[in-house]
Design a protein around this ligand. Structure first.
Ligand code: PLP
Length: 425
């Protein structure tokens, strides 16, 4: 029975969300649009199969077909990122990270990651996350003046805390990390180096960002952010011989039961796509779009409104707008862009005086629009729409007329780049 008949309410949710995605500019840095092939695999009969264990070593019968999918996903992930070990079973980034810590540390051990309010992730030691509850979570921050991760400060923190695991990686930081320096600090204090490349993995896959795999003991990632694959996680290592067994058993049975084989197969598709020229071009447009956005948001009219960028620019797929000096907080700025048809998320900036629910920042990313087909011309227009909205908002001039004009400019872009044609219920 078609969904529209069986459950009209949920069919309406699907259509409503499709319309929302089509009609707005998606600029949440962690989101993307999966290709239809991935929707197809995720909506396939593979969802029916239990396959606890690993290829050829399962605890269930009938796994001979899904084994092919998992083996392909592993093989392709290694071809994309290098290393000699991949686990493609984590249901999501947080599960991958839980498994990494499970494999590398014991409850009570010290871990050292980037502080959450400076751009770190919940799973890197936040107080009420498993990582902060099970482990002795300590943090390094960004420099007070440059807002960059300065490696002498990371080294100082590592010498002070003597962690079992050092975590490199971020959810909101606009610059490359120095993986060689992280490696040497980890070696100096006898720690494992775990890199969480969830955000920038797509750029790494395209060869447009330094690859942490050769320098880290373990690398985790999500597959749905810059990569643009199914919502899920993955673990990689170049030390498979020593760490592979530990990591495998930390995922299953350590953290998870049966892998989601429809998602594992979709990861294989994502890893195939990641080897194409089209993928590389998309990642290049993602970075170019963020650079265009940064350039516009550094212009005089924006600066005069008290708005700046954390670190003064970007090397990656996002910018962090700093509103600490502006007459507009993160919540107001998010709401304002939403009213103009642009979806972003408010985000704390380093040394943010406002509470976490309000913040003084915006995180704005370009991966989804690059996937939608945007290039330099479209990103220039998007950047100007955002700058115009923020400048007017800070001056208290963002009235209905202004917003209607911005919405019309957004509509011209969304209509020129159709999304998921014919996917209505
Ligand atoms: N690691 C980092 C650096 C992230 O930014 C995120 C998601 O925002 C995750 C892990 C968690 O991924 P998931 O939401 O798939 O659990």
């Amino acid at each position: 029975m078609p969904l529209a008949q069986l459950d009209p309410e949920i069919a309406a949710v699907l259509d409503g969300e499709l319309a929302r995605q089509r009609g707005t500019l998606e600029m949440i840095a962690s989101e993307n649009f999966v290709p239809r092939a991935i929707l197809q695999v995720q909506g396939s009969v593979l969802t029916n199969k239990y396959a606890e264990g690993y290829p050829a070593k399962r605890y269930y019968g009938g796994c001979e077909v899904v084994d092919i999918a998992e083996s392909l996903a592993i093989e392709r992930a290694l071809a994309v990122f290098g290393g000699d070990y991949a686990n493609v079973q984590p249901h999501a980034g947080a599960q991958a990270n839980a498994a990494v810590l499970h494999a590398l540390a014991s409850p009570g051990d010290t871990i050292l990651g980037l502080a959450l309010p400076h751009g770190g992730h919940l799973t890197h030691g936040m107080r009420i996350n498993f990582s902060g509850r099970l482990y002795n979570a300590t943090a390094y921050g960004v420099d007070e003046t440059t807002h960059r991760i300065e490696m002498d400060q990371v080294r100082e923190a590592a010498l002070r805390e003597r962690p079992k695991v050092i975590i490199a990686g971020w959810s909101a930081y606009p610059r490359h990390l120095d993986f060689e320096a992280f490696r040497s600090i980890a070696d100096e204090v006898g720690a494992y180096l775990w890199t969480d490349m969830a955000h920038f993995a797509g750029l790494v896959a395209a060869g447009l960002h330094p690859n942490p795999v050769p320098h880290s003991d373990v690398v985790s990632t999500t597959v749905h952010k810059t990569i643009g694959g199914p919502r899920s996680g993955m673990i990689l290592s170049s030390r498979g011989e020593t760490l592979g067994k530990k990591l495998d058993s930390a995922v299953f049975p350590g953290q998870q039961g049966g892998p989601l084989m429809h998602v594992v197969a979709a990861k294989a598709v994502a890893m195939r796509i990641a080897q194409t020229d089209e993928f590389r071009d998309r990642q290049a447009r993602t970075i170019e779009g963020a650079a265009i956005l940064a350039q516009r948001l550094l212009a005089d009219d924006v600066r005069a409104a008290g708005i700046s960028l954390v670190t003064g620019g970007t090397d990656v797929h996002l910018v962090l707008v700093d509103l600490r000096e502006a007459a507009l907080d993160g919540q107001q700025a998010e709401d304002l862009l939403h009213a103009a048809g642009i979806t972003v998320n408010r985000n704390a900036v380093p040394f943010d005086p406002r509470p976490a629910r309000v913040t003084s920042g915006l995180r704005i990313g370009t991966p989804a629009l690059a996937t939608r087909g945007f290039g330099a011309a479209e990103f220039t227009e998007v950047a100007d729409i955002i700058a115009t909205a923020l400048v007017a908002g800070a001056a208290g001039r963002a009235d209905d007329d202004l917003l209607a004009g911005l919405r019309a400019r957004v509509a011209a872009l969304t209509e020129a780049f159709p999304l998921y044609d014919g996917l209505e219920q």
